[in-house]
Design a protein around this ligand. Structure first.
Ligand code: NDP
Length: 234
């Protein structure tokens, strides 16, 4: 049966590949955007995840169009890289507010309807950087590591109602987010990957759709790396 799916930041990049994978399965898929166009086949809802009122309004809009969200993919994220000694509080806070507090805002909205339905899937898009650390990404890595504790707490709070909460930790994927990474750094990352290439958005999407499926019903609080073997041992 077609489920109501929300992918935050599903208007482009990895989020768009995730949204399209759900559409291909026949689900009803909504994506957030902040003023951009949204590809055909997706319901675009305007929502900045740093604004609680916009998040609440987006969930209402989706519930009216598709029914309450049954599968939430919290994917919206930003980077603002700089070394610790140059990182000011605004640069730190902005990344935490989007990547971590944004995930809290959408998870909270999703959880109430999932509790009523006694079924739900919450998937957080973290990063290998959150598990291994990454120079120049104190803010980003902290936000992505925070998602692990968030998912595991939600998994414990809501598991008895058939609601799972899991984390996907992608490695390097070429999107607009990674356009500014230097060739030198890219070569370094590639050197750490057992599979000697970057990841493809569809490969992240495949892990997410599995975690959202009935087949993963006994998997919760898990961190699934999709990183070509960069972070083995997490
Ligand atoms: P992109 O920069 O291509 O896309 C980021 C998405 O997040 C956009 O849809 C953007 O929307 C949305 N977004 C950013 N801020 C907000 C906000 N305040 N409210 C709502 N939406 C927002 O990044 P990727 O596709 O590469 O990344 C997707 C996720 O995957 C991120 O969480 C990222 O951290 C994670 N990731 C990416 C990796 C990579 O190598 N690319 C590796 C590991 C993890 P808008 O169009 O409005 O700006």
């Amino acid at each position: 049966m077609a489920r109501s799916v929300l992918v935050t930041g599903g208007n482009r990049g990895i989020g768009l590949a995730i949204a399209q994978a759900f559409v291909a399965q026949g689900d009803k898929v909504a994506v957030t955007h902040r003023g951009s166009a949204v590809p055909d086949g997706l319901l675009g809802v305007r929502c900045d995840v740093t604004d609680g009122a916009q998040v609440e309004a987006a969930f209402k809009e989706i519930a009216e169009a598709h029914g309450p969200v049954e599968v939430l993919v919290s994917n919206a994220g930003i980077t603002a890289d700089t070394l610790l000694l140059r990182m000011n509080e605004d640069t730190f806070d902005r990344v935490i507010d989007t990547n971590l507090a944004g995930a809290y805002r959408v998870a909270k909205q999703a959880a109430s309807a999932m509790l009523r339905k006694r079924w739900g899937r919450i998937i957080f898009i973290s990063s290998v950087a959150g598990l291994s650390g990454s120079p120049g990404q104190v803010n980003y890595a902290a936000s992505k590591a925070g998602l692990v504790g968030m998912a595991r707490s939600i998994a414990r709070e809501l598991g008895s109602r058939n609601i799972t909460a899991n984390v996907v930790a992608p490695g390097f994927v070429e999107t607009e987010m990674t356009e500014t990474v230097s060739d030198e750094r890219k070569a370094e990352i590639l050197g750490q990957a057992a599979i000697r290439r970057f990841g493809r958005p569809e490969e992240i999407a495949a892990a997410v759709t599995w975690l959202a499926s009935d087949e993963s019903s006994y998997v919760t609080g898990a961190v699934l790396p999709v990183d070509g073997g960069v972070g083995m041992g997490h």
